[in-house]
Design a protein around this ligand. Structure first.
Ligand SMILES: [Mg+2]
Length: 362
């Protein structure tokens, strides 16, 4: 049995943020989504990545012809052809974000062709996905930081994350303000996006520990494996060092794990070659006995995450939650700090709201 892919359509959308946003090393005022739609056997698979709009051009010019006419049921064969096609453009970065958007659409399409929720096609290891509320941008004044994190905690979300590192001298006071807002309803995570030096990070780790912080993400640049490893050795025992969001291929994750840099590995299916790459990254993690976590795009990670025995927690990222609710019907809402999919819907369970998205199309 084979079902040929008739058409690949790609589009891109830029959605302004609801105010200035920044973390330890970047400022932004909009987010761009590149969306892929695949048609086969009367079904429509959708996939997306949060990437530069140039990824849409790459998909159109280089990857579309690799995918159209292929058998929609044979995802590994198509994935391999896509990786071959981008060889001279680099096995990382934007090329893998293009592959990611297509790969997600392939998985959504296959599940729809079989009339199954994606998690049923993959096989379920868990019945729900634990989430942490993620926002707390360094651009937020203290009252907004406290309100956002406090609202999540009040809504039953048991873990919340804030950004740090833009003005390091203010970070401990900001974390204390966040702690006051969430009380003992939630556990506090921090993310420096690589903004600190190694020594600064170790000093801050002990100060954050006193505020009950249990997750310190990217204290230094994720390219500094020796630095991350040193911080992990010298941070308080109860504090997880987390990184991996800039992993685009398996070798990256293997190097990071092999160097003993993290207590939790993060991966982003919209970057690391889609659901195919995400599942493979989780398997490498399992071999290293390290818990696994998803970065951003919660609606996209829900089904694959639930298929993984070593999955720990998903990032419920403020910007992407906002966009996914505008763009899709069927987005799961957190209840008691977890997401559960609607198993009456096939594929990822998402339906693209073209009319609502149109005004953001570029
Ligand atoms: Mg991060």
């Amino acid at each position: 049995m084979s079902i040929l892919i008739q058409k690949l359509k790609v589009s891109a959308y830029t959605v302004p943020t609801d105010g200035p946003e920044s973390d330890g090393t970047l400022e932004w005022d909009s987010t761009t989504m590149v969306l892929v739609e695949l048609e086969a056997g009367g079904k429509n698979g959708i996939g997306y990545t949060y990437a530069d709009a140039s990824v849409a051009v790459l998909i159109n010019k280089t990857l579309r012809k690799v995918v159209e006419g292929e058998d929609a049921l044979q995802i590994p064969a198509i994935w391999q052809k896509m990786v071959k096609a981008i060889r001279n453009n680099g096995n990382s970065g934007l090329t893998h974000m293009g592959i990611a958007a297509i790969d997600v659409a392939l998985w959504d399409l296959k599940a729809k062709l079989l009339d199954l929720p994606l998690v049923t096609l993959l096989g379920m290891a868990k019945t729900e996905m634990l989430v942490y509320g993620s926002g707390g941008f360094t651009s937020y004044p203290t009252d907004r930081l406290q309100k956002q994190l406090g609202d999540w905690a009040d809504a039953g979300i048991r873990y919340v994350k804030m950004k740090i590192g833009r003005e390091p001298e203010k970070d401990v006071a900001r974390a204390r303000a966040a702690r006051e807002a969430i009380g003992d309803k939630a556990t506090l995570f921090v993310d420096a996006n690589g903004a600190y030096s190694v020594k600064e990070a170790i000093e801050k780790a002990h100060q954050f520990d006193a505020l009950g912080v249990t997750w310190f993400e990217e204290p230094v640049s994720s390219d500094d494996l020796a630095g991350l490893q040193f911080i992990r050795q010298h941070a308080p025992r109860a504090m997880n060092i987390a990184a991996g969001e800039y992993g685009f291929n398996l070798s990256y994750f293997e190097r990071m794990l092999d160097a003993g840099t993290v207590d939790v590995l993060q991966a982003d299916a919209t970057r690391c070659g889609g659901i195919t790459g995400f599942l493979q990254a989780a398997t490498i993690c399992q071999a290293h006995h390290v818990p696994f976590s998803s970065h951003c795009a919660p609606a996209l990670h829900l089904h694959p995450a639930m298929s993984l025995p070593n999955f720990y927690i998903a990032e419920y990222f403020y910007d992407h939650v906002r966009i996914e609710k505008i763009f899709f019907d069927g987005v799961a809402e957190p209840k008691n700090g977890v997401l559960t999919p609607d198993l009456s819907r096939s594929g990822l369970g998402l339906e693209f709201k073209r009319k609502d998205a149109e005004r953001f199309e570029i």
